[in-house]
Design a protein around this ligand. Structure first.
Ligand code: NDP
Length: 434
């Protein structure tokens, strides 16, 4: 904390990981000797840069760009770009740090990184978004590459932004490579990548449910957010016979007791991805409740899927979910639950899948996109979906087995941190003092 003042989210993420690792460090003195913990909390490289661009009125705007290249022990840095006014070093360091363990859990050869800008895409025209992306990539291109660092999307960075970023990279480098993932299908993207985080989060939840001989059939689910992760979480839950009754955005949430079925979900996709409108429009269109400024955690449910942003689920929210009989929480977002909330879930012994395990399907499928790009071929939808399913199963298995080995079966926080850490720590030792 002394070294990184004010980086609250980073402190929060590091504290959780280091606490879970205590028994591992005790069992493995070689990690202590090699000062792995001291090394693993220090990014290998972190860059900030000026992003100057011109708005539609001809006025100059200035934002700050970042890339945190945290750990490359097991592969090139990999992690999304976030465009949101709340972005700062602390937020990106937390995300990049989490990404190290998440990427390791996927079993694929990818290191941890994250980047973005405090740029706010809301209310900007397509032309403004393009000019911003081009300026951002002009600097970022100096530090990334298909074998060095392969960014992807995150909050505020979807298909449109990846397109503009890729176009500018190609123009600057004169090469057509898989330097970004989440690309359009016609130009190197992978089938299932848009769906992967949401689908994967539900696959992970299915595995957790199976440990209690349960399925999604007839389960009432609450989902927060209404962006990429939330949309495909709803899609998969619908397929599996669950009923999703909420969605939200930064202004409030909607409650639809009839369920957000496939047709209503199509409306949400068009509303959010094409018109870039507010979720309150859903309430107007379908005549259901809209709760301005509130989050959906007081709604009675069997399962909850926080899919918006960090620390969106407070300790009172966690208590409300438990009191209302919620039996499963699977995190589509990164670190959406505050630490006290996590303790409430763990003490109540509900099935709790932390983001670093539950939402790893997105980055795993990004790594599959990288493989396809390198081989210059494309797998079918079924092939990618099957690989995603198997990866989520194996993440669940390794997190569950680690939780058992260390005496807390079913504690996926502990299990995911330990299973993700070991491979990276061993690689760091084997590669010498770097
Ligand atoms: P999107 O930008 O597509 O959607 C984000 C959603 O969350 C929007 O509904 C947005 O509302 C809401 N939101 C964002 N910030 C806030 C905030 N400060 N308070 C309340 N609501 C907020 O992003 P994604 O769906 O891609 O990402 C959602 C989460 O999932 C993030 O935590 C991300 O890191 C994580 N994640 C994403 C992956 C991916 O593949 N996309 C992979 C793994 C994790 P509004 O429309 O009002 O902005």
């Amino acid at each position: 904390k002394r070294k990184n003042p004010g980086e609250l989210e980073f402190h929060q993420a590091v504290q959780e990981v280091l606490e879970s690792l205590e028994p591992v460090i005790e069992k493995h003195p070689e990690y202590k000797k090699a000062k792995i913990l001291e090394r693993i909390v220090e990014p290998e490289r972190a860059i900030t840069f000026r992003v100057a661009w011109m708005d539609d009125k001809g006025e100059v705007q200035v934002n700050r760009g970042y890339r945190v290249q945290f750990n490359s022990a097991i592969g090139p840095y990999k992690g999304g770009l976030r465009f949101h006014p709340s972005v700062n070093f602390g937020v990106l360091k937390f995300l990049a740090f989490e990404q190290i363990f998440k990427n390791s859990l996927t079993t694929l050869p990818i290191g941890g990184g994250k980047g973005g800008s405090d740029f706010d895409p809301k209310g900007k025209s397509d032309a403004e978004i393009m000019r911003f992306c081009q300026s951002f990539m002009t600097e970022l291109s100096k530090y990334i590459g298909p074998d060095t660092d392969v960014p992807a999307g995150d909050i505020g960075v979807g298909a449109r932004e990846i397109g503009y970023l890729f176009g500018q990279y190609k123009r600057l480098k004169n090469e057509y490579t898989g330097v970004l993932t989440g690309k359009g299908l016609k130009w190197g993207g992978s089938l299932i990548r848009p769906e992967a985080t949401g689908y994967g989060c539900v696959y992970f939840a299915q595995e957790m449910l199976a440990t209690r001989y349960e399925t999604f059939e007839g389960k009432i689910c609450v989902v927060s957010g209404s962006g990429n992760v939330a949309q495909y979480t709803v899609e998969k839950l619908n397929e599996l016979g669950a009923k999703v009754v909420t969605l939200s955005d930064s202004n409030g949430y909607i409650y639809d007791p009839e369920g957000i079925g496939p047709e209503k979900l199509e409306f949400v996709k068009e509303l959010k991805n094409v018109r870039r409108g507010r979720i309150s429009e859903y309430a107007e269109k379908y005549g259901v409740g809209y709760f301005e400024g509130q989050k959906p955690w007081n709604v009675k449910c069997d399962c909850a899927f926080p899919s918006a942003t960090q620390n969106e689920l407070g300790s009172e929210d966690a208590q409300a979910l438990v009191n209302n009989g919620c039996m499963l929480v699977s995190e589509g977002a990164n670190m959406p639950t505050v630490p006290e909330g996590v303790d409430i879930f763990l003490n109540a012994k509900i099935l709790y899948g932390p983001g670093k395990a539950a939402n790893a399907g997105g980055v795993a499928t990004s790594a599959l996109e990288m493989s396809q790009n390198s081989m210059r071929l494309s797998w079918t939808r079924e092939e990618v979906d099957e690989k995603l399913k198997q990866i989520m199963k194996s993440i669940h298995k390794s997190a569950y087995e680690a939780s058992k080995e260390y005496g807390h079966p079913g504690n996926y926080v502990l299990g995911a941190n330990i299973a993700g850490f070991k491979k990276v720590a061993d690689a760091m030792i084997e590669q010498g003092l770097i």
